[in-house]
Design a protein around this ligand. Structure first.
Ligand code: GLY
Ligand code: MN
Ligand code: MN
Length: 436
């Protein structure tokens, strides 16, 4: 990674953090990377997931028992855990593109951190399990966290570079996954092909890979990974929603493929077009829920065009008929976390603006602004439980049920790209990488 980009990034972060500490009445932040968690009645650990507030400062995602001590106006200190340990991997002391921006102390034992910590004028960010009696300061003050979360929506050029690279890695995986699907691989085998091409293991993925064949495409967060290969005659759909990591930043990409041409392949192609129209609709100043409503109108158009519903797109949106077919939100902030923080935040100091009541799963109620990064992920599914409710409702007469039954074995379609909103254009990182 480019050293200059990181230098500019940390300078921006430091001015943001200094201002926020001042506003909230603290001098110091003690930020803990986290400690490994033991499984219940077991001696094995869950995969380590770093505190996002820690990786927001240093691109270290795999080292528990480490700390950033951030004092207003001073070069931050990194307490980097390096035990003598013949059981576990011990990362090397950092000497890389970001390390000159930190005073680095190596810790041989977790408790060695105590001598560097002080609770005076300090806030603590992290999970405080097993830190009883440590001088860490006020844990996770609400307004301080809100202000940090609010700022995280505005990405720096370094963060754009990390997100682009995460997309590049994920797109490599997606290409290999499509190839595996077309050669008859099982979901489990497709996942292996994805991970191999991405060069990242399961625990590094920002979320469990969603790899569904046929009707499994209708299960929104399907992570079962069946080992069963389907005979070619039975192969219909492949939906893959899988990301990658770069310096702690996430990609979150979905593609849907039809195995053969026909009406479902046409629906996938039509959704692909609608998705690109929605990406182009990411305009600074537009409330994100308005774009979500436009998405429902487009889903309504597709349902009508493909003969699934009798109603017009407008009346389907009005009556709520599109909702069982597209039950999730159009997209979300993307960054250090796949569903990045602050999507429902009302202002820098906090507060919550819920999504419109008719769209409870929409993760973004904020207005679209420059330097924000979003996913755009419209979908159209044939989900048995939601269709059963629809069939019992007063809208049942608006549906061509024969058509629904013809589409059911295909599961559904979702197309998801990762997009940066610039002042004068939108940058579709996913499509740009796919064209490379
Ligand atoms: N992969 C989860 C999501 O798209 O939000
Ligand atoms: Mn996704
Ligand atoms: Mn997503």
């Amino acid at each position: 990674m480019d050293k200059k980009l990181y230098a500019e990034h940390i300078a921006t972060l430091r001015s943001r953090y200094d201002e926020i500490l001042d506003q909230c009445g603290y001098d110091t932040l003690n930020v803990f990377s986290g400690s490994p968690k033991v499984q219940f009645l077991d001696d094995n650990y869950y995969p380590f997931k770093v505190n996002p507030q820690f990786k927001a400062l240093v691109p270290v995602t795999d080292n528990p028992h480490s700390w950033v001590i951030y004092r207003r106006g001073q070069k931050p200190k990194l307490l980097f855990y390096r035990p003598v340990d013949f059981w576990h991997y011990v990362p090397a002391a950092p000497q890389t593109f970001w390390s000159e921006h930190y005073d680095i102390e190596l810790l041989a034992k977790p408790a060695d951190a105590k001598q560097f910590l002080s609770a005076d004028g300090a806030a603590f960010l992290g999970e405080d399990a097993n830190l009883d009696g440590w001088p860490i300061g006020t844990p996770n003050p609400e307004e301080l966290l809100a202000r940090l979360h609010w700022n995280r929506a505005y990405k720096t050029p370094y963060e754009f570079a990390c997100l682009r690279e995460a997309n590049r890695i994920a797109v490599r995986g997606h290409r290999a996954a499509e190839e595996a699907f077309r050669s008859g691989a099982s979901e489990f085998e497709i996942n292996l092909a994805y991970l191999k091409a991405a060069g990242q293991g399961e625990n590094r993925m920002p979320y469990g890979n969603i790899i569904g064949l046929n009707e499994h495409a209708a299960i929104l967060h399907y992570t079962h990974l069946s080992g069963q290969r389907l005979p070619e005659a039975e192969l219909k759909t492949f939906l893959i929603d899988a990301g990658a990591d770069c310096n702690g930043y996430c990609a979150d990409i979905t593609r849907t493929y039809a195995f053969r041409s026909g009406e479902f392949a046409d629906l996938v192609a039509a959704m692909d077009e609608k998705e690109q129209e929605l990406v182009a609709g990411l305009k600074p100043g537009l409330p994100y829920p308005d774009l979500h409503r436009q998405c429902h109108l487009k889903v309504g158009e597709l349902l009508n065009r493909f003969g699934v519903i009798k109603a017009s797109a407008e009346s389907a949106v009005e009556s709520g008929l599109t909702r069982p077919f597209m039950p999730h939100g159009l997209g979300h902030f993307l960054g250090l976390q796949v569903h990045d923080v602050g999507g429902h935040q009302t202002g820098p100091q906090g507060g919550t603006t819920p999504p419109p009541p008719e769209y409870p799963f929409l993760r973004t109620s904020r207005t679209i602004e420059e330097d924000q990064v979003f996913t755009i992920e419209p979908g159209l599914y044939f989900i048995d439980s939601l269709l059963a409710d629809l069939k019992e409702s007063e809208l049942a007469g608006e549906v061509h049920w024969g058509k629904v039954d013809a589409f059911r074995p295909f599961g559904g379609v979702r197309i998801e790209d990762n997009v940066i909103v610039h002042a004068d254009r939108v940058e579709n990182m996913t499509r740009d990488c796919s064209a490379e």
